[in-house]
Ligand binder design. Structure first.
Ligand code: PRX
Length: 652
């Protein structure tokens, strides 16, 4: 499937002339080198990119599906993000430029960030925390989130950031799964003018988590909170009495830097484990390849630190690269729809990385908002989290990039740690909607159900044939699920869970998930997680959740419920169930629509046929295979008003 010439956007000449990789030939050569000897390629990147306390010996130990990289080496992520920038001029460079939702501003230089990280790390050591312990970070988008992550990394405490939009219930399940001993949190977060009660959520979660010894609380808004003596500690008091200098622990390459929970196909979130050296090596490499970062840049990734994008491209990648990373606390449309454009103009942002959902909401608000601000500092634009529709791509290119900035459409996952498919902006021509080519060292393929490569243009499953340094090392405490989820379908290859096709130019077009995971505004959500939340409601008997294409959010959530005994299907109950899911999981999980039905379509063995429901909400009819359906009448009762049997069931 080759695209028309007008759909190809070659790297702008000006951009390419100043880019680290400025031609397709140079880039092809780099990919060739990586392909010829991946281990030598990554070893060279690791040696040059990181500071090593002890050099590594063996590059890769690959016993599928378990990989270990840079064995025998010792390093530290916090040291790489901070200390090595202190010996030269960068010590007074802004590491984090922060703006609060209420327009408050703070700038932390590398020296200042290093001092704060050292103080918190010393305070944690004094409380008895050591390498191997686990901490939960439940903080808003404030510099303390970075301080907390880097302080944990400094002493080898594995952190797990829980998105501050998650409920106390979601927080509790993550604390329990991780067996965390420590929680770092704040009194409140700010979101669209409201104060989000983070500490209260922590209190509720900790009622069920006796293993947590301490909750360290940062006063962000100074709103009222309860502090439990013996367990809860004031962040400010703790660091005030701590020494600033804290030597970074010499940690083995494979030391687990963090665990990040993401939705899988069951109700239980998966704890994706990432390493130290492999993760940092590849994240750092992509800062150069994809973002073409320069020392004088102001770089802004609009993600939240609660997601992997925030880990890799707000904190670890930019700081390891010695960049100035902009951090903004609030919503894109608060207090006005031009908040992002105002920030770009104010801080003279050069590289801007956001999501297709955000872009689509900007399109809705109209061009007057960006037109009212000076966006001339922008050099490069990025997109992540979901497929970007070509029309949104073109709008982004024209209205935000003024047809001057290349766009990098970056495909990756929580599990991959770093960007794997993306144009290299000075070298690879973009096509709207395509993440273009695999980055150096990445061997991607599109295969059929049997694992055989499909011809170009044909849809199949995206798999990765070779291990890569920033790949997940497993699922926390669950090696079987790791094997089963990613490596059982095509032994020896990593199954991404995405459908894709490749065109005649070798460009990849990722279409979306093929499992029971839906992508709402770039946030992954398991339909099973929603269903488990719904059946916890006293009036719900059974539930089935499916995704429906949504112009703004990519996908939206539709749920079908059967009710218990005498419960009545009222509009009030429908509202209550929507609010229930938002409270049990997070606001982004609030169903768009709740349909209360008499029965759900099931197979003879009793499995709910979500595929049929998906078809029904998407196309308003069911064309797929219904031979295993137990009772046709059920499907008809779910039907959309005004459609007859023939229309709903199609002709099969
Ligand atoms: O379906 C793909 C989609 O997001 C999934 C990964 O979600 P998550 O682990 O939450 O990480 C999001 C941020 C890296 C993928 O399996 N996805 C992500 N980026 C793209 C994408 N789909 C198409 N194009 C992309 N650029």
């Amino acid at each position: 499937m080759s695209s028309a010439a007008s759909d190809v956007f070659p790297p702008p000449k000006d951009f390419a002339a100043h880019a680290a990789i400025g031609s397709r030939a140079a880039y092809d050569e780099l990919r060739q080198v990586a392909l010829a000897d991946p281990e030598a390629f990554w070893a060279a990147r690791a040696r040059a990119g990181l500071h090593w306390f002890k050099p590594f010996g063996k590059v890769l130990d690959w016993k599928p599906p378990f990989a270990q990289w840079f064995l025998g080496g010792e390093t530290n992520a916090s040291f790489n993000c901070l200390d090595r920038h202190l010996t030269g001029w960068r010590r007074n460079k802004a590491a984090i430029v922060w703006e609060g939702e209420n327009f408050e501003q703070r700038t932390l230089t590398y020296l200042e960030l290093h001092r704060r990280v050292g103080q918190l790390a010393n305070a944690l050591l004094a409380l008895g925390y050591r390498a191997g312990d686990r901490a939960i970070i439940y903080l808003p988008m404030i510099p303390e989130a970075a301080v907390a992550m880097l302080a944990c990394a400094r002493i080898g405490v594995t952190h797990s950031v829980v998105f501050a939009g998650f409920s106390s219930e979601a927080l509790r399940t993550r604390i329990e799964d991780l067996g965390a001993q420590l929680v770092l949190t704040a009194d409140y977060g700010r979101r669209r003018g409201r104060e989000v009660p983070l500490k209260k959520n922590v209190d509720e979660a900790l009622e069920h988590c006796p293993g947590v010894r301490h909750a360290v609380v940062y006063r962000h808004t100074n709103g009222p909170i309860a502090m439990r003596a013996g367990r809860d500690l004031e962040w400010a008091e703790l660091v005030a009495s701590a020494q600033p200098g804290c030597p970074a622990a010499h940690l083995p390459s494979e030391h687990p830097l963090f665990v990040l929970y993401t939705s899988g196909t069951t109700g239980k979130p998966k704890g994706v484990v990432h390493s130290t050296a492999g993760y940092l090596t590849q994240v750092l490499a992509t800062m150069e390849w994809v973002f073409d970062l320069r020392d004088e840049d102001v770089y802004w990734c609009t993600a939240d630190i609660g997601w992997v994008t925030g880990h890799s491209y707000i904190i670890y990648g930019p700081l390891a690269a010695g960049a100035t990373t902009l951090m903004y606390e609030g919503a894109p449309d608060w207090p006005r729809p031009d908040r992002f454009w105002e920030l770009i103009a104010k801080y003279r942002v050069n590289v801007f990385y956001t999501s297709p959902t955000a872009i689509r909401s900007f399109i809705r608000q109209g061009e007057a908002y960006p037109a009212g601000h000076d966006l001339s500092s922008l050099r490069l634009l990025g997109s992540v989290g979901e497929p970007i529709n070509p029309s949104a791509w073109r709008w982004y290119h024209r209205v935000i990039g003024h047809e001057r900035c290349p766009i990098v459409d970056t495909w990756w996952q929580t599990e991959t740690g770093a960007i794997l498919l993306s144009p290299v902006p000075g070298a690879v021509a973009a096509k709207p909607g395509s993440a273009t080519l695999p980055l150096p060292g990445i061997v991607a393929e599109i295969v059929d159900a049997k694992g055989e490569p499909v011809p170009d243009g044909q849809q199949g499953y995206l798999v990765l044939r070779k291990p890569w340094p920033s790949m997940l090392r497993g699922l926390y405490g669950d090696p079987e699920r790791y094997q089963e989820n990613y490596w059982s379908r095509y032994p020896g290859s990593y199954f991404t869970g995405d459908a894709a096709h490749r065109d005649a130019d070798g460009y990849y077009w990722v279409l979306g998930r093929v499992d029971d995971v839906i992508n709402i505004s770039g946030h992954r959500l398991s339909t099973m997680e929603v269903e488990s939340a719904l059946v916890r409601h006293p009036q719900v008997a059974e539930a089935a959740a499916v995704g429906r294409p949504d112009e703004l959010k990519g996908q939206s959530l539709v749920v079908f419920c059967t009710l218990k005994g005498d419960a009545a299907a009222t509009p009030e109950l429908s509202e209550e169930l929507r609010a229930w899911v938002a409270r049990e999981i997070a606001a982004f999980a609030r169903p768009e629509e709740v349909r209360m039905v008499e029965a759900l379509p099931k197979t003879r063995s009793g499995k709910i046929m979500r595929r049929l429901l998906r078809e029904l909400v998407t196309t308003r009819e069911v064309k797929g295979d219904t031979t295993t359906l137990e009772d046709y009448a059920v499907l008809l009762k779910l039907s959309v008003e005004g459609k007859d049997e023939e229309e709903i069931l199609g002709k099969n």
